[in-house]
Design a protein around this ligand. Sequence first.
Ligand SMILES: Nc1nc2c(ncn2[C@@H]2O[C@H](COP(=O)(O)OP(=O)(O)OP(=O)(O)O)[C@@H](O)[C@H]2O)c(=O)[nH]1
Length: 389
Amino acid sequence: MNATQRPPAAHHAAHAASAGTPLRPPALQRLGLQRLRALPQPAERAMHAQHDAELEQMLPVLGPLFGLGMLLFTVWDMLLDPHLARYTLALRALAVLAGSAAYFPNALRWSVEWRCTHIYVTHVCALILCAFILPQGLVYGLAGIAACDFAAALCTLRLPVFARMLAAPTVLYVVLSAWRLPWLLCVSGLMQYAFTVALATVMLLVMRMFQQKSFLLEQQLLHLSQHDSLTGACNRRYLEEVAERELALAQRHGRKLAVAMLDIDHFKQVNDQYGHETGDRVLQALVRTCQGELREIDHFGRLGGEEFVCVLPETDRDDALRCAERLRHSLSMLAIATPFGPLHFTVSVGVAVYGPGHANWPALLHDADLALYRAKHDGRNRVVLASLR
Ligand SMILES: Nc1nc2c(ncn2[C@@H]2O[C@H](COP(=O)(O)OP(=O)(O)OP(=O)(O)O)[C@@H](O)[C@H]2O)c(=O)[nH]1
């Protein structure tokens, strides 16, 4: 199966959902929360990559803001104990200094999730230590400490990463509370803390559900905008986009590139004799067959009507001719079932190989088109190579 034939991640997910795979727990289904389960692996990876890229962009702003908020807490420290406030300010400044390396991507070569973890752990641990230093700080500061859980939930869609971020601050808070507070205050503080963690976890799961929904929708829209609705092949606009990319690679790195342009012979007669619906099925069968014959790295698209194009990267003249001949032969062997018996059809193919004379994609396509015209002119059902530029 090649790249164009493979359904997009969204389709995998939609298929898995419609097939009622065992991935969907009935309890979640009853609650309407079936999207809490993971998407298929490739879609899940792509969704997290998208989330990480957005976070990467926001971190240089959100990181320093978090640090600034940390320092501003000193005002509260001064209200509690002006004498101790100078020590807590020093501690907060130290934490901001230690965490600030992770605010910006170039300073550390860590992934964005590890940078978030680093910022969160340094800052929140300092917050807890300050609360411990101040009289009754662990009681008065509980709301601020617990609210940080929500900041952690905003940083990731992955539960293990969320747990990793919270682990060290939670252990520190539990140990210091047990040490400093009377047992009743300690237990009530821990219960409030646990409640906030639970709320932040629910928030993360709900955000993840929305993210999955919008990601799947985005993938479906992308697929619709790039593919022909009748045959599923790449549409003209998307094909031009990938062809320009392949041509740029060929020009820059001296790679080989070939193009094969296919046109069904006497397709008008097929429509006239068998009807448009059969004509459509011929087009669909052609696309299925070509996609099955081509490699993963090839691109196959519909230019319009009954005209198709294969973009063949890393392919020289001989390989391109062999590939075009194989397609022509496979298509001529197809039999489309109709009420009047099996329908056979043939194609003519024009092949052009990239050379220094091809300044852009239209120039290369134009040569393939000329070769196709010669194939038609010479009697159809054949492959013709364009003269080299
Ligand atoms: N069924 C169907 N027919 C289409 C579609 N798009 C274009 N066509 C038909 O394709 C036919 C193209 O006919 P022509 O351009 O005359 O070419 P041809 O009959 O294949 O003749 P040669 O290319 O010279 O061999 C027309 O009858 C169009 O109506 C489509 O999406 N579905």
